[in-house]
Ligand binder design. Structure first.
Ligand SMILES: [Zn+2]
Ligand SMILES: [Zn+2]
Length: 347
């Protein structure tokens, strides 16, 4: 089969190689025929070498961790899916027996593998995963339309759901960054709670999208962004800020936007959260991290997608166009999300 593999951190592109198809290694393994694989900023970070000492993958290997497709082959122990089923793949292969798994928090698994990060990923015709990672798709959903939900989507969902659970009528929530994650975050907030959503971004195009997807107020980010947000909240500040960027200075802007007792959710990464202890105490600010999402959260997001309440804006590319997709992504030419569709070019 064809697979887009990273050969060297010195290069800024992937190689389209002929490699053997993956095989079943465990009775609960499943081989998935890829119908769509989302291109993620994490892929760019992997190519740049940022993850090499964290994930320590052996080169060359296949990237792609936002996968959906159809079950091709199942191991002897598999009971919940069968060949032909359309599925989305939770990004982590988890053990099921450690304490993290038993709590239902897949991301806390102590014996996990993250295909596309530290194992063979989905920029290929086939992917090996395990039964535990698979969610069957509603017949209204097509794999290529939902693939990025497998990582970008649940990451936004988990953070927005945490925030929504404490956002009552009359509350206000700022969403910083309406890109691949943020545009899902806005829709999830809209679907789950009655809060007033204030979208903050540097791009007019992204703010227009935020408005289309349900944001109530649109704020162009500049040096006065904190004052602008405060003006929209009677000078008091907002109840929650979800920071999908968390670099380029947003971590200095987010906390001062909060009212006393407000919550600052950190989803993006790259920056530092640096707060004076006196401000944390006096304003009773909570700083809350959010890491990808668990299986049930992906299941809930698929329900919202099937109901048409959350949709992905995406641009598709053939597997042989992977480097074109990477170039477009680096140049800021992809609006919403890039999705690699291995079998032939999209029409
Ligand atoms: Zn991703
Ligand atoms: Zn586990």
């Amino acid at each position: 089969m064809k697979a887009a593999r990273l050969h060297s951190y010195e290069e800024d592109h992937l190689h389209l190689d002929d490699v053997p198809e993956p095989d079943l290694q465990d009775p609960r393994d499943v081989i998935v025929r890829i119908g769509g694989a989302g291109l993620c900023r994490t892929d760019l970070h992997i190519i740049e070498g940022i993850w090499k000492d964290i994930a320590e993958p052996e080169l060359p290997y296949t990237l792609g961790h936002e996968n959906a497709g159809w079950v091709e082959e199942v191991g002897d122990g598999v009971r919940s899916v069968a060949p032909g089923d359309a599925v989305i793949v939770h990004p982590l292969m988890t053990c099921g027996v450690c304490l993290g798994c038993r709590r239902g928090e897949d991301m806390y698994c102590e014996n996990s593998l993250f295909p596309g990060l530290n194992g063979e990923g989905g920029f290929a015709n086939f992917l090996r995963t395990s039964e535990r990672s698979l969610i069957k798709l509603d017949e209204r959903l097509d794999p290529k339309d939902v693939a990025p939900f497998a990582d970008a989507g649940i990451t936004a969902y988990r953070a927005a759901k945490k925030a929504a659970s404490r956002l009552d009528p009359g509350s206000r929530c700022v969403v910083i960054g309406v890109g691949g994650l943020g545009h899902v975050g806005v829709q999830v907030l809209r679907a789950l709670c009655p809060t007033t959503i204030i979208a903050v971004d540097t791009s007019d195009e992204s703010l227009r999208l935020a408005g289309e997807l349900g944001a109530d107020e649109l704020v162009k980010s500049d040096d006065n962004v904190v004052e602008k947000v405060k003006e929209l909240s009677d000078g008091r500040g907002v109840d929650a800020v979800i920071d999908f960027v968390a670099e380029h200075g947003t971590t200095e802007q987010g906390p001062p936007m909060l009212v006393q007792g407000g919550r600052y959710y950190v989803v993006g990464y790259g920056g530092r959260v640096d707060l004076a202890a006196i401000d944390v105490i006096f304003n009773e600010i909570e700083v809350i991290g959010s890491l990808v999402g668990n299986y049930v959260e992906l299941l809930e997001l698929m329900e919202l997608a099937a109901q048409g309440k959350v949709e992905l804006r995406a641009q598709t590319y053939g597997l042989d166009q992977i480097n074109e997709a990477i170039d477009d992504f680096m140049a800021g030419q992809i609006h919403g999300r890039g999705v690699i569709v291995p079998d032939g070019r999209p029409a």
